[in-house]
Design a protein around this ligand. Structure first.
Ligand SMILES: [Zn+2]
Length: 238
């Protein structure tokens, strides 16, 4: 009985490993090119509930409300092209580690986490964070798309490779985007306009669609693979 079973099990395990290593499947470290043809987009509205995120002194708006508004706009812009999952759809707190657990339920998916920024002085403009090799192409596309909508950039970090819980820990391509600085009064007022958020959401959705159509083509050389332990709450402020 066992002699018969083992070869069958062995084949099953092999098939599983092969499908996990495919471009659209799950992979612990993401040391592979970016996905093409994925069917699910997980949109993560940053913060929520008691975690308000950044607040604008100029407009009084809170990051947690703006990220939820953006997540819904991005979902409607993606239309029926993808299965879209909202990490949260109302003003509730979801822990970062829980967001990773939820993201890891999906295969053939990418995760885009939406945030707005806060910083010193006159810093303004969008930023994009990624860590996995398979997230580089999507990150480049998202940063390019947001920069084209943003009327002015100043002293921001642009595209950044950084190990965060939502860039290192999911087993799927994952990118964290900052749609602009709420700490910069002119940019905060701009972000406060629904028309501007709509343009930003349309650009973000277009970048996701282009990644699905073209993979990494035209996004430059892939960064070197890095190995590092999962990001934890104690690492740094996220
Ligand atoms: Zn944030």
């Amino acid at each position: 009985m066992t002699a018969l079973l083992y070869p069958v099990l062995g084949l099953g395990v092999l098939a599983l490993v092969a499908s996990c290593a495919g471009p659209a499947g799950r992979d612990a470290l993401g040391h592979r090119p970016g996905p093409r043809g994925f069917n699910t987009v997980i949109i993560d509205a940053g913060h929520g509930g008691h975690d308000r995120g950044a607040a604008s002194k100029a407009t009084g708006q809170l990051e947690k409300d703006l990220t939820l508004d953006m997540a819904k706009r991005i979902r409607s812009q993606l239309g029926g092209s993808f299965r879209t999952i909202l990490m949260r759809s109302d003003d509730t707190f979801v822990d970062l580690d829980e967001r990773v657990v939820r993201a890891n339920r999906y295969r053939d998916a990418v995760l885009v986490s939406m945030h707005f920024n806060s910083g010193r002085g006159q810093m303004r403009g969008p930023e994009t964070y990624y860590w996995r090799v398979d997230s580089h192409g999507l990150a480049v596309r998202l940063q390019r798309a947001m920069t084209q909508v943003s009327p002015q950039e100043k002293a921001n970090r642009g595209l950044v490779r950084r190990r965060l819980r939502l860039t290192r820990n999911p087993f799927i391509p994952c990118v964290l985007i900052e749609g602009g600085y709420l700490s910069q009064p002119a940019e905060a007022r701009l972000i406060g306009q629904p028309g501007y958020r709509q343009r930003l959401a349309a650009a973000i959705a277009a970048a996701i669609r282009t990644q699905a159509a073209l993979g990494d083509a035209g996004t430059g050389p892939l960064p070197p693979p890095l190995s590092a332990p999962p990001s934890r709450a104690s690492d740094r402020r996220e």
